[in-house]
Ligand binder design. Structure first.
Ligand SMILES: Cc1cc2nc3c(=O)[nH]c(=O)nc-3n(C[C@H](O)[C@H](O)[C@H](O)COP(=O)(O)O)c2cc1C
Length: 326
């Protein structure tokens, strides 16, 4: 019985670890089959770029940082920018803009469902040029396809795609750090965003403006890759099986509500110090944002560290782009 239990646990662990490993195994794009072609379905609303809407879904700040940097770059060119986290944006007051740029992290090889649903709730975009970006944490992480997912949802709302980009960031997937600690594996990147990442973001902002000004829309294709196929097996479901004791420590919790705000699944009842594991999507937004380390969980019998704690332990510090300093 004990053997069976251990074997099952090992199997589940290996599944999750393999899934994560897949995310860093390069697959040549040319070897892949197109599974979705994304293009505008209506003529592009072409005009001078005077007002841009920049939206992001961000759990630990990487995607927000790139969104803010893109916004600052556009503002420097004299463009009016409305920039916001999706969760804080009032969809009922949707501005008439000349370009929409939407970003999200890559979670489990795709754009998180929350971001997709949010885009689906947008009003008809009537040919507005749209662009996507993702931030991701491994040398390869299905980032092209994840960004395509954002564009797919934007074009379904009537947007006309003009660009797509991904920015490498440190992985905020806490099990990667635990694997590193327990098995001394370093296959998950610890790369922090740096000046090169910021240069790319500034260049992307300018590129998008010129695309719109020239009326150049683009066609993007989602490829069938190993990582794309692994989405079918529900990597978050596997991961949920191997994470244990996901709970809130009553003695440490200050009931600030940060975890509640971050949880896209409304799985946290802070008054009762309870997490509904059934509805939880294991995005780690709670543990990665708790200011007092009151959210706990174990993996492989080890306590999992959240993002701020890990950064502190490893003395890692992100140097912000100069536009966002101060
Ligand atoms: C639950 C979860 C799943 C993730 N899955 C992937 C992945 O499949 N591929 C990848 O490259 N990075 C993955 N990452 C890393 C994030 O995409 C990356 O750290 C991102 O920059 C986080 O953005 P944020 O700070 O805006 O939330 C994952 C992180 C988390 C927390």
């Amino acid at each position: 019985m004990e053997l069976k239990k251990t074997t099952r646990r090992t199997f589940l662990r290996n599944m999750a670890v393999s899934a994560a490993a897949i995310s860093i195994t390069p697959v040549p794009a040319s070897a892949c089959m197109t599974i979705d072609t994304i293009k505008g379905n209506v003529p592009m609303k072409k005009r001078d770029v005077k007002h841009v809407l920049v939206l992001w879904y961000s759990q630990t700040g990487n995607t927000e940082r790139m969104g803010r940097l893109i916004s600052k770059t556009l503002e420097k060119r004299g463009i009016t920018v409305t920039a916001s986290e999706m969760r804080e944006f009032d969809l009922s007051h949707f501005p008439d803009v000349d370009l929409i740029i939407a970003g999200s992290p890559v979670f489990y090889y795709d754009t998180p469902d929350y971001a997709k649903k949010w885009i689906d709730a947008m009003p008809d975009l009537k040919g507005t040029p749209v662009a996507a970006y993702v931030t991701y944490g491994g040398p390869e992480g299905n980032q092209h396809n994840a960004a395509c997912s954002i564009l797919r949802h934007l074009s379904d709302r009537g947007g006309v795609p003009v660009g797509l980009k991904w920015f490498m960031n440190m992985s905020t997937f806490p099990l990667a750090w635990s694997e590193e600690k327990v098995h001394h594996k370093t296959w998950m990147s610890r790369d922090l965003p740096n000046e090169n990442t910021y240069k790319d973001a500034r260049a992307y902002a300018s590129f998008l403006v010129s695309q719109v000004e020239q009326g150049k829309d683009s066609v993007f294709s989602k490829k069938l890759t190993l990582r794309e196929m692994s989405i079918f097996f529900g990597p978050e479901w596997w991961t949920k099986k191997i994470v244990k004791n996901h709970s809130i420590d009553k003695d440490k919790c200050i009931q600030c509500g940060t975890c509640v705000d971050k949880c896209p699944a409304h799985a946290i009842d802070i008054d009762q110090f309870k997490i509904d594991r059934k509805s939880c999507v294991l995005c780690f937004g709670c543990i990665n944002n708790c200011p007092v380390q009151a959210v706990t969980m174990t993996y492989n019998g080890e306590k999992v560290s959240g993002y701020p704690e890990f950064m502190k332990q490893k003395k890692l510090k992100i140097i912000e782009p100069e536009e966002l300093q101060g």
